[in-house]
Ligand binder design. Sequence first.
Ligand SMILES: C[S@@+](CC[C@H](N)C(=O)[O-])C[C@H]1O[C@@H](n2cnc3c(N)ncnc32)[C@H](O)[C@@H]1O
Length: 232
Amino acid sequence: MNSEPEDSKKRTSPAIYCFMDAVARQAEVYAREHSSPISGLLEEVEDFSLGATPYPSMLTGRVEGRFLYLIVQLCGARRIVDIGTFTGYSALAMAQALGEDGQIVTIERDRHYAEIAQGFFDRSPAGSKINLLRGEAIEILDSLPAGETDLVFIDGDKREYAAYYRRAMRILRPGGLVIVDNVLWYGKIFHPQDDDSRAVAEFNELVNSDPGAEKLFLTIRDGLYLIRKRSA
Ligand SMILES: C[S@@+](CC[C@H](N)C(=O)[O-])C[C@H]1O[C@@H](n2cnc3c(N)ncnc32)[C@H](O)[C@@H]1O
């Protein structure tokens, strides 16, 4: 039985989306080519991650990196938490947009990636604004003070997204932002068959039903959830 409301059916008519299948892949390349690179070092992080790691798809990359960079500038964030460092792209992109008094805590449990990322941070003038904490994200988030963070970027273990989100809402100041990567999870959220897909699908419902959050689901790349903590 199809229980989709009439109004919703009208608004998702195939006619409106007829361009999508044709342009999706091309649009991704086009978006990259029409977005400024942030720095030569980030280009290097990208090349390294694509060529020398077994999981190049984990990389944030230029379009999302530029998005994060602009968000940091536009909202004037000074205290940022980045969950899931990998080779350091998101942390470095945001650090390059921070003012002199800004600080990023970036969290990574894999020692190998933490070392690679620290190597890149050490080569950047913005690297002194990045504090790489090695360990489990949930434990580290629990050790951070409440209400003092301006922006949290969630990009760690998909099965822990809901746990990160609850902790992010605790450490954020009212009006602070959460940005969550991979919320489309390669389209698997529509028919979840495995733990990661189920976790991301359930996470999206958690956010969507949270009265304490304003939310915007963006279809940039693999999906980005932009969430603002409401003032009490
Ligand atoms: C998708 S990658 C992050 C990509 C990164 N934000 C970027 O801009 O390229 C996810 C990273 O989170 C780390 N991670 C996953 N679960 C974690 C956890 N529970 N605690 C800390 N780090 C975790 C993984 O080791 C991996 O390096």
